[in-house]
Design a protein around this ligand. Structure first.
Ligand code: NAD
Length: 353
């Protein structure tokens, strides 16, 4: 059994689906508070799979975490749960401190207590895997080399500061208490089940609705994009073979300016779902830049490749095509998310459990 937090969110649900796609995989206890970003409809295909146990709860609830650890005795805790949207962190940083900092602290303390009760092989096998972001490293100039694991932390937004704080807590719990931790810092993900407030799904969904495609500032902010299933395979590799106390950067070797991403999405839509009104790029609208917007992130993923043999399976061309096709084939999911009706999913399908 493994305990996953935030497994109803974008990356967490992809991870749980990917993990359980292996018929021989251990079961998953999936703890998620179902904030606006958590959507159990992502996991609809697991509804009758006894290997998936969903628990509706908060990672700041120490008594609940203690109970889950004691009951299920997981051999690993994979921690995705977070407030994850930079714009939301600018307008309301409080929730980011509570979930990302206090929540991680609560999990670490509960894991430390549980790990302390283990012995022998069970104790040696236990892992606390902390899922984090490249945004903790700050912003790169055009001539800078990509972020390596040795880069100093220079977070610039309330979101990245809260993730940086959580990374430091995880590091300290290893150095001080010996808790067997691994941390991964990944670049921007894209793919199925991505909440349409983030760049790529927002552009797809708005374009299909004939709405403006808002691009911040000059659109020249550069991000390194990774297909979400490649992130999942990297986490599996680190969980299985990562060295304790180490951090591993995960990236797609794929730097793209935001405006180029928007144009790529528009041309794929022009090909797959042409709009009689004209090319989708006509909808591109430049809007006032986000305050403190980082210019460039890029990941040096050589350590995970060298130590664990991990490489992304998708190129950006193959991954973005799959993503656009997924959104076209899953209009109902998009409509439910946009209308907010996905929030009734728990009651309708899990009877409120
Ligand atoms: P998301 O916002 O889609 O999902 C977060 C999930 O956590 C949701 O299901 C939400 O309900 C749950 N959650 C929030 N607060 C909670 C709480 N207090 N208790 C329990 N559950 C709670 O986020 P995501 O994009 O899937 O990101 C997952 C993790 O990966 C985060 O830690 C994020 O920092 C990290 N990350 C994301 C990206 C990216 O591009 N999205 C890149 C690198 C790292």
């Amino acid at each position: 059994m493994i305990l996953v937090t935030g497994g109803a969110g974008f990356i967490g649900s992809n991870f749980v689906l990917d993990w359980l796609a292996d018929p021989a995989a251990e079961g998953v206890v999936n703890l998620d508070a179902l904030t606006y970003a958590g959507n159990l409809a992502n996991l609809a295909s697991l509804k009758d799979d006894p290997r998936h146990v969903f628990v509706h709860g908060d990672i700041t609830d120490r008594a609940l975490i203690d109970r889950l650890l004691a009951t299920h005795r997981p051999r690993a805790l994979v921690h995705f749960a977070a407030e994850s949207h930079v714009d939301r962190s600018i307008h309301g940083p409080g929730a980011f401190m509570r979930t990302n900092v206090d929540g991680t602290f609560t999990l670490l303390e509960a894991a430390r207590a549980f790990w302390g009760t283990l012995e022998g092989a069970e104790k040696a096998a236990f892992r606390f895997h902390h899922v984090s972001t490249d945004e903790v490293y700050g912003s790169l100039k055009p001539s800078d080399p990509p972020f390596a694991e040795t880069n100093p932390y220079e977070p610039n937004s309330p979101y990245s500061a809260s993730k940086a704080a959580s990374d430091h807590l995880v590091r300290a719990w290893h150095h001080t208490y010996g808790l067997p931790v691994v941390t991964t810092n990944c670049s921007n993900n894209y793919g199925p089940y991505h909440f349409p407030e983030k760049l790529i799904p927002l552009m797809i969904v708005n374009a299909l609705a004939g709405k403006p495609l808002p691009v911040y500032g000059d659109g020249q902010q550069i991000r390194d994009w990774l297909y979400v299933k490649d992130h999942c395979s990297a986490i599996r590799a680190v969980l299985a073979g990562g060295r304790l106390g180490e951090t591993y950067n995960i990236g797609g070797w794929n730097e793209q300016a935001n405006i180029d991403i928007v144009n790529i999405v528009c041309s794929l839509l022009d090909e797959l779902q042409p709009d009689p009104a004209g090319p989708y790029a006509r909808l591109i609208t430049y809007v006032t830049d986000r305050p403190g917007h980082d210019r460039r992130y890029a990941i040096d993923a050589r350590k995970i490749e060298r130590e664990l043999g991990w490489r992304p399976a998708e190129t950006f061309a193959t991954g973005i095509r799959k993503t656009v096709a997924w959104y076209l084939a899953n209009r109902e999911w998009v409509a439910e998310v946009q209308s907010g009706s996905y929030r009734d999913w728990l009651a309708r399908n899990y009877g409120g459990r």
